[in-house]
Design a protein around this ligand. Structure first.
Ligand SMILES: C[S@@+](CC[C@H](N)C(=O)[O-])C[C@H]1O[C@@H](n2cnc3c(N)ncnc32)[C@H](O)[C@@H]1O
Length: 197
């Protein structure tokens, strides 16, 4: 499915729920590529995506993962999740739930460990306790060598809540690499790549 097909549904969905969507247009291909760069997608068995939206990053993941890999996409917006179920590649397991419920979501699917977690969640509009709960859950389910990749818009990264989030990433994972600004996205974003020390 081309990007133009997901553009309009995403914009409409974001107008209905601007705060929890956190962006007005889906991520670009360049943004998805920068997010997935270095997560070792080609050598994964199970990958989780948090905040899948209409699937801009899901499709990039599907293209990058081995055919045998499991891809679980979590999305809180029931409209986006329903659409993704119809349009995503067949292997994608779409779960309409909050990322805060990650431990239960994985428990229900008998998943103990995952190789990578990828997220475009709107972190700075989430409650600090929810941010912490999601990051703790991610750190707990990652394989020892697993990686966590997430995005933060550049304008939010410069706010207090953005800086607090960056330091929470460092506290939770130990190793955090920050990408250059990805200008080819609306809004421009930075990708954070985290591994547990
Ligand atoms: C910035 S959009 C990114 C959408 C898509 N991944 C993309 O890159 O175009 C953030 C997405 O996270 C979803 N979201 C927000 N809070 C969530 C939560 N607690 N659990 C799961 N998804 C959430 C929103 O509904 C939205 O689809």
């Amino acid at each position: 499915m081309s990007r133009s097909w997901e553009f309009v549904p995403f914009v409409l969905g974001s107008l209905r729920r601007p705060v929890s969507t956190g962006a007005f247009v889906p991520s670009t291909r360049r943004c998805a590529a920068a997010l997935l760069d270095g997560i070792g997608a080609e050598a994964t068995d199970t990958v989780v995506e948090l905040g899948a939206g209409t699937g801009a990053i899901t499709r990039a993941l599907d293209a990058a993962l081995p055919v045998s890999s499991r891809l679980i996409a979590v999305e809180i917006n029931d409209g986006f999740a329903a659409r993704l179920r119809r349009t995503a590649p067949p292997r994608v397991e779409v779960v309409c739930d909050s990322a805060v419920e990650l431990p239960r979501i994985l428990d229900e699917r008998q998943v103990e460990r995952v190789d990578a977690v990828v997220s475009a969640l709107p972190w700075t509009v989430m409650r600090p306790e929810d941010q912490r709960a999601v990051l703790m859950a991610v750190a707990k389910v990652l394989q020892p060598e697993g990686s966590f990749a997430t995005l933060l818009s550049v304008h939010r990264a410069r706010t207090d809540s953005g800086r607090e989030f960056a330091s929470l990433l460092a506290d939770t994972f130990g190793e955090v690499r920050r990408s250059r600004t990805i200008w080819a996205n609306l809004p421009p974003v930075t990708a954070f790549h985290c591994t547990r020390r």
